[in-house]
Design a protein around this ligand. Structure first.
Ligand code: ACO
Length: 876
């Protein structure tokens, strides 16, 4: 195939790629195909079914020029020039080259090769150019910069958004497998499209039928008279692949595969799904599903209901992706009740091609969507999710329910979607770091969505409460405080205003209790007053039908109050209503076109407001910075890991290796050294100064204290010799002397707070960093904060402040505060280290002594486990 690709290149393209118009030798072409040693050379190809055959349409390679630099070259089939393939190839080659330890890419190109020069420029990598006659040499530095990252993200976003548009804005839709049986899914799909009044053309396809639901039916896609943008496929699983082929042959760009019987049913289904994805990608199409419930776009200019339920939710600003069809149906059904208007909905099914990450990028750009809901059972690629969600949530709130918190829940999720369930600690960390709002239940998700979709963000956390009954107001106040909100005292000015219309029996504190006999006008006046009060950022109005009162009149009074308050104080403060009126099920509450979210329980708006306040703070925050350290000696660190791996395989590094590695990345390792004999131990002690600690150095023995391996506060030569002898004899007694690497002699540390930093490796999320108090605290109290890498500076600060024992670090009673800045730096350096060296799968710095501010910290004990990283391409 490579030979054919090269042969098909025009003479000019061939000259640009191979510096000769004649065909390159077969040996050279064969060499291009060998990517078995990526440290030496690698080739990436782009394939596409074109003119009925699978062909290579672009290829790019690099070869090691020296240890740090690889030469790069590429060619794109002349038919596919100008489509961004060169830029993408360079981006991917650069990504792999960085992982292989190269720092630069080098290329030589003809000065007239404008397209290639544009590719280099477009990459965003900083370039150094030199001219040599007609040739130009370019050296690209592969250090990722803000420009390279932003450009790569932009390219991905634009490409994804464009590829998904036919799903949401098709001009014509085919239903393949439209069935004559009114109870079948195929029939209901067609019926739903028609009932929702899809604004484009609908083409039912079924070889056995001529007419269904009053529509002409076409025997195959080839028979459909006009181009089809979107095909909904509901034919039996074994027929899906040929149907996809038919779709490709008539230029369909988007497929929704409803059919089940793929990865969710086991290995055979997995194979079928892989074949399906391959076919879809080879033809440059996109696919939602398989095993999904369909998609929906409520935009009045489209009115697309490509699902098999006739439910068509009210249109609005909320987009939703659901990994479960059933949950999707239930949520769409409940949307109306919660005043949640839907912009578009996607049941992602097995996420074989289009993923939640792709949809996030689409909705980020979609002008109709203002809030995004996700029902998730698994993550395909959490690291990509982290990157995208962090960016999107800075503009549009993302509210997610992640199912599978419990062990048995996780089992169910795993079997349902054939996807890996993520550990919950990692999920919590991921959401926290990306500003995603986690809802515990579907009901909570919709309640939160109602707030986000219909009301503005509060400009602060201060809440005013108006009620006509004490009990619900107390519960609401407690819930506000539990959600991090404040229910403040009212100002004298507000109290005075309230006094002009409230009876003396009514409370003028916050909550304002209008008492059971509250009249519509008192509600109206109290609301208008509170909306004008400067000490309040949001308002919760509670109404309970405690006595026989004019409920309809109260509703009118509330509306009047909101309208007056909005007009006179010109405020967009969020307002929520708790409506606890017997027999009153109509809870849609609109005031001058504005929907006021109505809840039945007094705690709910408090939870919603808490999330809205956090989201507002998140959006105001500067984008987190992952700091760059220019003093890390990563090549030494990497060599230490690979040497340990080649000598002993997967496992712990020795004490000496561990200390050298930490020193290579400028981490504050407690001074001292490993001594092989008692004489050496004494020499080290004398060099570092008394008193010292002498500890067993062994990568095989974990619990050193239990082996009598730790001797502290040694003040003289005799005690050091005694410690050495005692450790040796204890190991001899247990027949484990071979496990001894020597003893680690360190100066004794006094004062400071003991903390720990750890890294564990989640198979799906990658490295997870832990921070907690050191020693016994971490195990007994479990007071640990976890984050996924890479850490931003804010992540590091929040991890330290997030532990319950933070008051110890801040200085407790007459204890000195600790140097938290130094701890932040340790976290950030470790984050960078494990990101750069995937061989490090486990790490434990425990204890680290945090000294007084300005004095830094000292890593006293450390363990690093290495393992060969498993290869594999990132999931979507
Ligand atoms: N092109 C067009 N139409 C075709 C083709 C073809 N190549 N092959 C078959 N058909 C037609 C048939 O003629 C038939 O029409 P008819 O009913 O008028 O005779 C129709 O397609 C259906 O074919 P059947 O063989 O009867 O298919 P069956 O009913 O067995 O299965 C379906 C259809 C819906 C794809 C089923 O296999 C399936 O996968 N069901 C589960 C779907 C699902 O649950 N998805 C997940 C949703 S999420 C959630 O559940 C909540």
């Amino acid at each position: 195939m490579m030979q054919q690709f090269v042969d098909r290149l025009s003479p000019e393209s061939r000259r640009h790629r191979f510096f000769s118009e004649s065909a390159p030798s077969t040996d050279l072409v064969a060499a291009l195909c060998d990517s078995s040693k990526p440290r030496i050379q690698l080739t990436l190809i782009v394939t596409r079914i074109w003119e009925g055959k699978l062909r290579i349409i672009a290829a790019g390679s690099y070869w090691a020029k020296n240890e740090h630099t690889a030469e790069v070259a590429m060619a794109v089939d002349d038919e596919f020039h100008g489509k961004g393939l060169g830029t993408l190839l360079l981006e991917r080659l650069a990504f792999i080259a960085i992982r292989q330890g190269f720092a630069n890419l080098w290329a030589v190109t003809h000065v007239n090769n404008v397209a290639m020069r544009e590719v280099f420029r477009e990459s965003g990598f900083s370039a150094h150019e030199a001219y040599e006659g007609e040739d130009m040499e370019v050296q690209l530095s592969l250090v990722p910069t803000e420009i390279t990252v932003t450009r790569a993200e932009l390219r991905e976003r634009l490409a994804t958004t464009a590829s998904l548009r036919p799903f949401f804005y098709p001009e014509s839709v085919a239903v393949i497998g439209a069935s004559r049986d009114p109870k079948s899914i195929g029939f209901r799909l067609l019926e739903a499209l028609i009932t929702a009044q899809f604004q484009g053309a609908v083409y039912p396809v079924n070889p056995k039928a001529t007419e269904i639901a009053g529509r002409e039916v076409y025997p195959s896609m080839n028979a459909v008279p006009r181009p089809v943008d979107l095909a909904i496929i509901a034919v039996p699983a074994e027929k899906v692949l040929p149907v996809v082929e038919d779709c490709a042959s008539v230029g369909v760009r988007a497929l929704v595969v409803i059919t089940s019987g793929f990865a969710e049913v086991g290995p055979e289904g997995n194979v079928l799904q892989a074949q399906l994805v391959e076919k879809v990608r080879q033809h440059g199409m996109r696919m939602i599903g398989p095993n999904c419930f369909g998609i929906l776009n409520t935009d009045p200019s489209v009115r697309l209901n490509a699902t098999f339920t006739s439910l068509f939710p009210p249109s609005g600003r909320v987009a939703m992706s659901s990994q479960s069809g059933a949950i999707g149906i239930a949520t769409l059904g409940a949307a109306h009740r919660f005043h949640v208007g839907i912009s578009s909905f996607v049941s992602v099914g097995n996420k074989a091609d289009v993923s939640t990450n792709d949809l996030l990028q689409y909705w980020e750009e979609d002008p109709v969507t203002g809030v995004i809901l996700l029902y998730m059972e698994s993550f395909g690629n959490p690291r990509r999710f982290a990157r995208i969600a962090r960016r999107v949530s800075a503009r549009k709130p993302i509210i997610a329910v992640k199912a599978g918190r419990s062990r048995s829940g996780r089992r169910a999720a795993g079997s349902h979607t054939a996807a890996l369930a993520a550990s919950d600690v990692a999920v919590d960390a991921l959401f926290l770091q990306t500003g995603v709002i986690r809802a515990e239940t579907l009901e909570e998700m919709l309640a939160i969505a109602a707030g986000f979709a219909n009301q503005s963000f509060p400009s602060g956390r201060r809440v005013g409460i108006i009620t006509n009954a004490g009990g619900p107001a107390i519960l609401c106040t407690d819930a506000c405080e539990a959600s991090g909100l404040i229910v403040p005292e009212l100002s004298v000015q507000t109290k005075t205003r309230l006094g002009t219309f409230l009876p003396s029996t009514a409370a003028r504190t916050n909550p304002i209790d209008l008492i059971a006999s509250a009249s519509p006008q008192q509600y109206a006046d109290a609301i208008a007053t509170m909306l004008a009060a400067e000490e309040i950022d949001a308002l919760i109005i509670i109404y309970v039908s405690v006595t026989v009162v004019d409920t309809a009149g109260i509703a009118e009074g509330i509306k009047r109050g909101i309208e007056k308050g909005r007009a006179t104080a010109s405020t967009s403060k969020p307002v929520f209503l708790v409506w606890m009126a017997e027999g009153d099920s109509d809870r849609i509450f609109t005031v001058a076109g504005e929907t006021i979210p109505v809840y039945v329980l007094p705690e709910t708006p408090a939870v919603v407001l808490g999330k809205m306040a956090s989201s507002a703070e998140w959006q105001q925050r500067a984008v987190g910075v992952v700091p760059d350290f220019d003093d890390l000696n990563l090549s030494t660190a990497r060599t230490l890991c690979t040497t340990a791996l080649s000598q002993r395989g997967n496992g712990w590094m020795t004490t000496e290796e561990t200390r050298s590695l930490l020193r290579a990345v400028k981490l504050p390792v407690q001074p001292g050294g490993v001594a092989l004999t008692a004489d050496e131990a004494v020499a080290v002690a004398e060099k570092i100064g008394w008193p010292v600690a002498v500890k067993l150095a062994s990568h095989q023995i974990v619990h050193k204290t239990e082996f009598g391996g730790v001797h502290l506060n040694l003040t003289n030569e005799r005690s050091v010799r005694h410690a050495f002898a005692s450790i040796t004899s204890e190991l001899e007694k247990r027949n484990t002397l071979a496990a001894m690497e020597g003893v680690l002699v360190q100066p004794m540390l006094t004062g400071g707070v003991e903390v720990m930093v750890g890294v564990t490796h989640d198979p799906l999320f990658g490295p997870l960093i832990a921070f907690g108090l050191g020693g016994i605290h971490v195990e007994i109290l479990g007071d640990v904060q976890f984050r996924i890498t890479p850490l931003t500076e804010d992540d590091a600060i929040e991890m330290i402040r997030g532990i319950k024992g933070y008051s110890l670090l801040r200085g407790y009673r007459n204890q000195q505060p600790a140097d938290t800045q130094a701890l932040e730096e340790v976290l950030l350096r470790i984050s960078r280290l494990v990101e750069e060296i995937p061989e490090i799968y486990e790490l434990d710095l425990n204890p680290i002594f945090a000294l007084s501010p300005g004095e830094g910290c000292r890593i006293v004990d450390a363990r690093i486990g290495v393992s060969r990283p498993t290869a594999g391409l990132a999931n979507r």
